[in-house]
Design a protein around this ligand. Structure first.
Ligand SMILES: *Cc1c(COP(=O)(O)O)cnc(C)c1O
Length: 358
């Protein structure tokens, strides 16, 4: 291997959480990965150490100007006991694009993937076995230089923490369930020229208010509209959105405001392979409303690493509740979920070459 990291094992391993009651992102494994950067040395001192608090100067740039980024991926245990990742080089390439936009240092994709593999290898026992569970991985980079000027930091820390997670939907036997989504017409998530395509913290802190709107309307998430006209559909919460109208599946084009999801790219490739028409094009909410009225709105679903595929059963738009399809889980969403989840967890042959063994 091109990159080598030191490993300091914990002397006080934790008791692992009960796999039957695992929540999302509450429990953390025994170790974490850390690597430092400064302008003179580049990335250096990659190491795996016991999980725990870190010490930072209160003037560290990340606290004041939000110069930081994160990634989200999972390690899965297959029925025959192997451990695998799903398309990790896509996360590594996305990291490069995010870093470039945020004036953060470039990172060799091989370094990113080597670090992910190294921490997963050490935390192998932390990957739960139960159906629907996995080890969620959170790589992130923060600006650590102590300086109160608005400029790019000269020092950074790259870290990876791991969290055993349960199934996203609480369904006996696993699988997916329809959700209600609120169409957010007032607040916006991202504008052209901004940082919507990058996984940077500010995008999510700024989205919490809309999450409150959704909850106030009895919905689990918002459907974001574009920043200019508040009329084109963009994303659903922190996941990419797909609309099936007639026999065409439509998703927003990547023009700077959409996070280019690994799951989104995989959905597009699978639909193409299956001969289902998939268009990356602007779609107005008015077109979605009209389709729901004339009965051609077949399905809406969201895609992302956390939930894989989330079907939408109902849209709340102004004071109307629009039923999507028959309000249940659509066949396209189900087929995509089965294919992706099956490949990720090794219960189905990976005929796309997307999984990487650790
Ligand atoms: C992470 C994220 C997604 C999904 O990306 P995946 O790589 O599929 O997990 C979509 N939209 C937003 C805003 C995100 O933060």
């Amino acid at each position: 291997m091109k990159y080598n990291f030191t490993v300091q094992k914990t002397t006080t391993p934790k008791v692992k959480p009960d796999p039957n009651t695992l929540k999302f992102g509450r429990a953390f494994s025994d170790h974490m990965f850390i690597m430092d950067f400064d302008r003179d040395r580049g990335w250096y001192d990659g190491r795996i150490v016991p999980y725990g608090p870190i010490s930072l100067d209160p003037a560290a740039a990340v606290f004041h100007y939000g110069q930081e980024m994160f990634e989200g991926m999972k390690a899965y245990r297959t029925p025959d006991g192997r451990v695998q990742l799903f398309r990790p080089y896509m996360n590594a390439e996305r990291t490069r694009k995010t870093n470039e936009r945020m004036c953060m240092p470039d990172m060799d994709p091989e370094l990113f993937v080597s670090a992910v593999k190294a921490i997963v290898d050490v935390e192998r026992d932390w990957i739960p076995e139960k159906e629907g569970t996995s080890l969620y991985l959170r790589p992130f980079i923060i600006a650590s230089e102590a300086f109160l000027g608005v400029q790019a930091s000269n020092q950074y820390m790259f870290m990876i923490i791991c969290s055993p997670v349960g199934p996203y939907f609480d369904i006996p036997g696993g699988g997916i369930a329809p959700t209600k989504i609120y169409v957010e017409e007032e607040l916006i998530r991202a504008a052209r020229g901004g940082v919507g395509f990058a996984k940077v913290g500010g995008n999510y802190g700024g989205a919490l208010k809309a999450q409150e709107h959704a909850a106030a309307h009895g919905c689990s998430q918002v459907l974001w509209l574009d920043a200019n006209e508040h009329s084109f559909v963009e994303e659903i919460g922190a996941a990419n959105a797909f609309f099936m109208i007639g026999d065409e599946v439509i998703t927003a084009p990547l023009q700077g405001t959409i996070l280019p999801g690994v799951t989104r790219a995989s959905v597009i490739e699978l639909l193409k392979k299956w001969g289902i028409k998939i268009s990356e094009r602007p779609l107005r909410i008015s077109e979605v409303v009209k389709a729901s009225e004339d009965g051609t709105l077949k399905e809406i679903f969201a895609s992302g690493t956390a939930a894989v595929i989330t079907p939408v059963g109902e849209l709340k738009f102004r004071n109307n509740a629009l039923t999507v399809g028959d309000g249940g889980v659509g066949p396209t969403a189900q087929k995509l979920y089965d294919a992706l989840y099956g490949m990720q967890t090794g219960t189905r042959e990976d005929d796309m070459g997307w999984t990487v063994e650790v």
